[in-house]
Structure formats: structure tokens, C-alpha cells
Write a protein that binds this ligand. Structure first.
Ligand code: AMP
Ligand code: GLY
Length: 428
């Protein structure tokens, strides 16, 4: 198969790696192309300069280069309708149409679907004016949860005890499609990914993301600073991880997919369930319409089934005929290296010293998924906020963490920062 992967992050690097794992006696079973990709992806497969959010350009390219399947990595192209453009040409695509991608692109839409499908989630009110915001904040009480209703690259959510900070955050996003004021929920968070073909779903293995920028969950929310998989602590509350996953399938993912199907906007692609485990049980805090970043970097290396087969079945209908995907008992940890100033004002253009040397002789169990990298005169240079994900597998979390942090210690990005406590608690 010829598979086109849209996007340029570490998530897409992980997706490309997983697609290349299917082998024939002559090498990789699939020809993978990435658009636009990054320097790490370009070391593995052909990359093409293409505006991934321009449906017309992407669809023309995919048709002219006889692509068999398109995987849409990030949310922006989904919300821009790139899936619709490809389906109009009859090209199989893993990623929902614009209408179903609203599950991520509009938090009010997601809440409405959850209500209709009786999916457990916290209370929420959409507000369009500062008066409505103030009223809702006082109704729910502190801690306050304020969310941009539309896309905000992981930065639209503020959780705070400071009422004025909540008002200020809301004022900013009121000009961009309104905000949601939510009931505050507490408990550990889980990211569970499910492949969906519009009717059936198949779950992957759960992961946990570290959203705050600094150790100890301090500082502002980011796109994600690290992750690990699986989640051994789930068996404190469920007989096994599989029972937890089954509950999410039955109470969250299937009802949501069936509701979208009934409304004539089938969800084909990756349903990302952002969950919180409260004292009262599982609650959805958000849906995304694509693989999570950085959770993908720890989930896909553990996947033993063929990713290409799974996403083809999702894109063409037929997930119901496949068994549950298989995962390695090995654990995986990823730590994100970010540029100085991330998430507010990342300083870019600095060399990533030691990266080429590290990749030339990767330690056992370690890979580096590039995010914002480019090659300038043979040297890697950081081009964005989240620069790369160091991924380490191991027999246990202590071993995986040791590998990940040892590898990070060999990299030198001026002003660069990373969290030192990723998966620390599960390693104890
Ligand atoms: P989201 O982008 O919706 O995943 O929100 C980012 C982060 O904000 C989540 O991972 C949670 O840590 C936190 N958060 C979001 N919604 C709530 C909520 N209703 N109660 C408590 N924390 C929340
Ligand atoms: N890691 C959070 C996200 O991908 O939205």
C-alpha cells in the first residue's frame, strides 16, 4: 500500500515508524509518504512539502500519486475538512469528516453528543458573554474550569481557584467562539485511543499524559510534556486493565460513535477519550478526533498488531471483524524536550547538539521521535515549542525511565527544558 501521513510532529514520526514495521522479505510492506513531515521523518521516508490543511491540495496530491490510504495526524486538517475532500475523491482516509471532527473542534458539540448518548461527563455551560461566565463560575464554585470552546492547541483550558484569572482567561476566548465553564472533576487522568469505522470501535492500550509544563504538575497546560503506557494502577479499581477498557468501550466510545452515526455524521478515525477517574467513576473530560501527542509515542511502540491493517479496516469499514489489537507487556515512557519559553513564547532556531550522535548509536530500547526539527548544514535545529520526544521501552518503568533520561542527558539545546518526573510515581 501507498500510505500518506499528514502532519509534522512526533506523533506522526511514531505513526510512520509503526506503519514501517510491517515487513516482507524485500523490506517494508508499505510505501509511506509524509506531508510535510520533519527532519526525523525525512530520514525514514519520502516527505513532500504540502499544506496539510488544504483539502484541495491534499486530495489532488493523493489522487495524482495514487495513494491508497491517508492518515490525518493533527486536528487542524480534520477541522478544516481535509477528510471530506479526500472522501469526495473516493480515497480511503483515517480521520473523520469535518462534521464528526467537531467532537474535538467544538466542546459544546461534544457535550451535546455526550448528553444525547448518556456518556458520563461533568456539568458544563457554554457562555458567550462575561455576565454568563460570571454566573456559571459562581454556580459551579471553585476550583474554576474555563475552556475555549474551539481549538486552542492544548492551551485553552484554565483550572484555577482565582476567580479573576478565570474571568480574564474567559474574556480572551470569548472573542474566539465562546467558552465552556465546567464542573471541576478530580482524580487520575487516562488517555484511551479507539479506532472507529463509523459503527464499531477497537481500543488501544491506555496511557497517561503530563499536561503541565513543569515538574509536580506546576505551570501552565501544554500540548503534553511526557507520557507512559500501560497504567498498572488501573487494577486498583478494576479487576484488570481489560475490564477498564471494556467499560470505556461500552459506556463512552460505542455510545458516542453510534450517536454520531445516527446523526448522519459517522466518525471514522481515532477517537481519543480523555478521561478522569473520579470517586464516582469514569468521566469524559474531552474528546479528540486524532491520536494524542505524546501518548502515541508510547502506545504505538507497544502495539504488536499491524497498524496498517487496523487503520485500513477503520477507513474502509470492517473493524468489527478484527480481534482486539495486541500489545507488548513491555512498558514505554516518553519525555518531551521543549524549547526555552514553551508554551508561551518558544525561542526557536537553536541547534540540538548531540542529537545526530545519539541517533547514530541509539541505546537499547530508545528511539527519538522528532517534532519541530530541521536540518541546517547537516546540523539539527529546533523549529518550534515541542522539539522531540525521547521514547524508551523497558521491562519496567524504572528501566524505561533510566533509558529515557540517560538519552536526554546526551542532548544539549540552549534553554531547552523537560520534566524530570515523567512516570516517576509508577516506577516506585
Ligand atoms: P483538556 O484540554 O480538556 O484535556 O483539558 C486539559 C487539562 O485540564 C486536563 O487534562 C485536566 O487536567 C484539566 N481539566 C479539564 N477539564 C477539567 C475538569 N472538568 N475538571 C478538572 N480538571 C479539568
Ligand atoms: N496529549 C494531549 C493531546 O494530544 O491532546
Amino acid at each position: 500500500m501507498r500510505i500518506l501521513v499528514l502532519g509534522s510532529g512526533a506523533r506522526e514520526h511514531a505513526i510512520v515508524r509503526a506503519l514501517l514495521r510491517d515487513q516482507t522479505s524485500d523490506g517494508p510492506a508499505h510505501e509511506v509518504i509524509a506531508a510535510p513531515g520533519n527532519a526525523g521523518i525525512a530520514a525514514l521516508v519520502e516527505t513532500v512539502k504540502l499544506d496539510a490543511s488544504n483539502g484541495r491540495l491534499v486530495a489532488d496530491y493523493a489522487r495524482d500519486s495514487e495513494v491508497d490510504l491517508v492518515v490525518i495526524g493533527p486536528e487542524a486538517p480534520l477541522v478544516a475538512g481535509v477528510g471530506d475532500a479526500l472522501r469526495r475523491y473516493g480515497i480511503p482516509v483515517f480521520g473523520p469528516d469535518k462534521a464528526a471532527a467537531a467532537l474535538e473542534g467544538s466542546k459544546s458539540f461534544a457535550k451535546r453528543i455526550m448528553q444525547a448518548a448518556q456518556v458520563p461527563t461533568g456539568g458544563a455551560v457554554h457562555a458567550d458573554t462575561i455576565d454568563e461566565v460570571a454566573e456559571a463560575l459562581d454556580r459551579f464554585g471553585a476550583p474554576h474550569v474555563v475552556k475555549a470552546d474551539g481549538l486552542a492547541a492544548g492551551k485553552g483550558v484554565l483550572v484555577t481557584d482565582d476567580r479573576q484569572a478565570a474571568i480574564d482567561h474567559a474574556s480572551f476566548y470569548l472573542q474566539q467562539g465562546g467558552v465552556l465553564i465546567e464542573e471541576h472533576l478530580s482524580g487520575p487522568e487516562v488517555s484511551l485511543f479507539l479506532l472507529a469505522d463509523g459503527h464499531d470501535v477497537l481500543p488501544l492500550s491506555p496511557a497517561q499524559d503530563f499536561k503541565r509544563v513543569f515538574d509536580g504538575d506546576a505551570g501552565p497546560n501544554t500540548g503534553g510534556m511526557g507520557a507512559y503506557s500501560p497504567l498498572p494502577w488501573l487494577s486498583d479499581r478494576w479487576p484488570s486493565e481489560a475490564d477498564f477498557v471494556d467499560e470505556v468501550v461500552d459506556r463512552v466510545a460505542l455510545p458516542t460513535v453510534r450517536q454520531l452515526e445516527a446523526e448522519g455524521t459517522p466518525f471514522v478515525g481515532l477517537l481519543y477519550c480523555g478521561l478522569i477517574i473520579t470517586a464516582e467513576g469514569i468521566r469524559v473530560i474531552e474528546f479528540n478526533a486524532r491520536f494524542g501527542d505524546p501518548e502515541t509515542q508510547v502506545v504505538l511502540p507497544r502495539l504488536e498488531s499491524s497498524l496498517a491493517e487496523l487503520i485500513t479496516a477503520a477507513a474502509t469499514g470492517g473493524l468489527g471483524r478484527l480481534p482486539y489489537p495486541k500489545f507488548s507487556p513491555e512498558v514505554a515512557v516518553t519525555v518531551v524536550l521543549a524549547s526555552e519559553g514553551y508554551p508561551e513564547n518558544p525561542i526557536t532556531g537553536r541547534p540540538i547538539r548531540g542529537l545526530a550522535a545519539l541517533e547514530a548509536e541509539l541505546p537499547e530500547g530508545v528511539t527519538v521521535d522528532h517534532a519541530a526539527t530541521t536540518l541546517v548544514d547537516g546540523e539539527y535545529v529546533a523549529t518550534g515549542g515541542r522539539v522531540l520526544s525521547v521514547v524508551a521501552r523497558g521491562a519496567d518503568f524504572a528501566a524505561a525511565r533510566e533509558r529515557a533520561y540517560a538519552a536526554l542527558g546526551r542532548l544539549d539545546l540552549e534553554g531547552g527544558h523537560f520534566r524530570t518526573d515523567i512516570a516517576a510515581r509508577v516506577a516506585q
